[in-house]
Structure formats: C-alpha cells, structure tokens
Design a protein around this ligand. Structure first.
Ligand SMILES: NC(=O)c1ccc[n+]([C@@H]2O[C@H](COP(=O)([O-])OP(=O)(O)OC[C@H]3O[C@@H](n4cnc5c(N)ncnc54)[C@H](OP(=O)(O)O)[C@@H]3O)[C@@H](O)[C@H]2O)c1
Length: 358
C-alpha cells in the first residue's frame, strides 16, 4: 500500500479525460442501466489505447483499453471516467476491472468520478491503492454528468424497461387480416433481433402468445442468456405453446396463485405464481429484478404496454411505423411520459422513433 498523495492531474491526463468522456458518450443509449464509461491508456503522456463500454453485456471500457494495449499497459497510466468496478456480484456479468488493471501492471489510475452506487463507491479506489497503484480521483463535472441516468435508476430496484411496438400509420398494432404476419419491414425486424440480443428478458402478455405463438428468441443470440417471460394471470396459455415446448430459451410463466388441482408448469418451464401478477410496478418487476433481470424488452401487445405505461415504468420506447394503414382498431394507451430525448429516422421502409423517458 502506498501512503504518498497521488501526483496532481497532468495536462496530458486532463486531455485524456476529455477524450474518455467523448468515448463514453458513444455508449449512451446502448449501455443502460449501466453507466456509459470511457477509458484511455497513456504511456509517458502519449495515448496508447482506448476503449468504451459499447453496450449492455459487452466488455467494460477498461477491459477494452487494456486489451488494445496488451503488454504495453505495464507501467502505463489509465485515465477512466468512472471508478473501475471491484465486484462481479449482483447483475455484473463482467469480471471486476480493478483486478484486470492490477494484473496488467498499470502504474497510475486517474478516475473522473466515484461509483455513485453506495454499495461500491470508493471500493475500487481502495483496492487499487491497497495493491500499490497510485490513484487520483478528479471528481470532474463532465464525468459526473455522464452518470445522471445511472444514478437516477439505481434506487429503483427494477429492470431498465425498453418498450417496443410496431404500428401502421393508422395507429393499429394488429392487422385486420389474420393472414398478414408482419406490420414492419425486414430492416425493422432485424433491428428487433438486435434489441433482443441486448437484454436479459423479453416480456409479453398471454394475449400475444395466444394470438401469435411467437418464438421470442434472439437470432443470432446475444452475449448473454435470454429469458422469455410470459405474463399470464389466468394461466390461459396452453402447454403446447411454442415457447413452452421448443426448449430454445428458459421460459418463466408468471401467473396468479396456483389453484388446487391445477396442473403444474409444462416440463422445462418455470411457473412463478404471484398474488397480484397484474401489478407491474410492485409485483412483476421486483420479481424479475430479484431474479437478476436488469434490462428487459417489453414486446407484448397493447394491454401489457398500457399496464407498464400506466405504472410509469417504461424507460425507453422504440416504435416502428409502417407506411400504410394496418387495419385493426388502434389501441388506447395512457399518455406517454414526457420524453427527455426523441429521435425520428427512416428505418428501411418504415419510420422509427425512439423516445427516452426521464
Ligand atoms: N404491433 C405490435 O408491436 C404487437 C406486439 C405484440 C402483440 N401484438 C398484437 O397484439 C394482440 C394481442 O394484444 P394483447 O393486448 O392481448 O396482448 P398482451 O398485452 O401481450 O397480452 C394481454 C394479456 O396479458 C395479460 N396481462 C398480463 N399482465 C397484465 C396487466 N398488468 N394488465 C392487464 N393484462 C395483463 C392479460 O391476460 P388475462 O386477460 O388472461 O388476465 C391480458 O389479456 C395480437 O393481435 C398481437 O398480434 C402486436
């Protein structure tokens, strides 16, 4: 353990911190509920390698920068926007970055901001210093600003919820023609597969399973295992439903309380009975959070979407609008919360908009 005070911020380190903040911003929108993080490795004041947290489930910024530097990291200075993580516990699926930094032989670490999670804040710094790595905490405003969304979500103890739906220009979510399979075009459907690959769970209501019998898998699969969650308060979904029998991914069947004589879940399906399965905010989301779900994609029909919106637990919405009337009756949804950010772009033959809720 080194007791000497760390040297003050050098001009090359200040420039590297600015660059790390710019890198971190590239992950905004893809990493939540993780914080966006950027990192630069310096040797004698000259940038050697850099990295950022690209998306939920992907390697952390420090890991990327260290991989880029290889043996060159020995004796180098790591400049990183956020205190390196010191545990793999809870939802963290990546190995602790402090271990990697120490193992790589980094001599000095400059940290933009401490981890705002009270369970971890300061622990990374302590571990680095205990291992003899000179560690300076700058506590700079731009690095703290990067953490606003992460810090706001911390206390919520629920997954980050991404709601996705497709509709026609008439607002309809379902075609009047039972033979019509898709509302959106191929590009939008491919994007949905990418969204699925970036979450821990896909959630739908019984209505969607009964109407469409979907597979609810990511094709190709993402870096993390994906769970299918069917919310079926009255246990209406038949044992022969595709997601119950195909074995393609774990399936959790959230129902009301088990009634006497009721058959258990089909083989390979986990039944999760809840007293109040319709209570999205107080029952469903805490259950999923307790089971390790940190980011979920809500792909249900309008009934479940309305329940989530009504409970104020949607963090982001992806909406694909097909350039034609679809024909079914447009659903009535609660008003969307005010969006802190909105993007509207052409997506293949469709129009796509993404809304970020504060
Ligand atoms: N355009 C799109 O993006 C899109 C996406 C998915 C589905 N769809 C279409 O939407 C239609 C199905 O719509 P849907 O609204 O029935 O699907 P849904 O929202 O997936 O399922 C609705 C059912 O979920 C159950 N449920 C679970 N939690 C609930 C809660 N908190 N509040 C209320 N109900 C809850 C209810 O079952 P119980 O009534 O048994 O209690 C309800 O009937 C289909 O035509 C499908 O093709 C369109």
């Amino acid at each position: 353990m080194s007791d000497a005070a760390p040297a003050p911020l050098a001009p090359a380190e200040a420039a590297a911190l600015e660059r790390a903040v710019a890198l971190a911003r590239c992950g905004v929108g893809a990493v939540e509920p993780n914080p966006p993080v950027g990192a630069v490795l310096l040797r004698a004041g000259v940038p050697l390698a850099e990295g950022f947290h690209r998306e939920w489930g992907a390697p952390h910024a420090e890991a990327e920068a260290l991989a880029g530097a290889g043996e060159g990291a020995r004796g180098a200075t790591l400049v990183v926007t956020l205190e390196p993580c010191s545990s793999r516990g809870g939802a963290k699926k990546q190995p602790p970055c402090v271990d990697a930094v120490i193992a790589a032989g980094v001599r000095r670490v400059v940290i933009g901001a401490l981890d705002p999670d009270p369970r971890h804040g300061g622990a990374g710094v302590a571990r680095l210093r205990a291992a003899g790595v000179e560690t300076l905490v700058v506590d700079a405003a731009p690095t703290r600003a990067l953490l606003a969304r992460f810090a706001a979500h911390l206390g919520k103890q629920r997954p980050f919820v991404v709601l996705k739906w497709a509709q026609g220009v008439d607002g309809s979510w379902a075609s009047a023609d039972p033979a019509a399979r898709w509302i959106s075009g191929e590009a939008a459907r491919e994007q949905v597969q990418r969204l699925r690959a970036r979450v821990d769970a896909i959630v739908v209501g019984s209505g969607t399973v009964l109407a469409d019998d979907p597979a609810l898998t990511a094709r190709p699969p993402g870096p993390r295992p994906l769970v299918r969650v069917i919310v079926d308060p009255r246990a209406r979904v038949a044992a022969s439903a595709r997601c119950f029998v195909d074995g393609a991914a774990p399936t959790w069947w959230v129902t009301g309380p088990l009634r006497a004589g009721e058959p258990a879940a089909p083989a390979g399906v986990e039944r999760l009975p809840l007293e109040a399965p319709r209570d999205v905010a107080q029952a469903l989301l805490p259950l999923l959070h307790a089971r390790g779900v940190r980011r979920l994609l809500l792909e249900g029909g309008p009934t479940l979407a309305a329940a989530f919106l009504g409970a104020g637990v949607v963090d982001r919405a992806w909406v694909f609008v097909a350039p034609r009337a679809v024909g079914g009756a447009p659903p009535s949804l609660p008003p969307l919360p005010p969006a802190s950010q909105a993007r509207l772009v052409p997506w293949g033959e469709d129009l796509w908009y993404q809304l970020e809720f504060a």
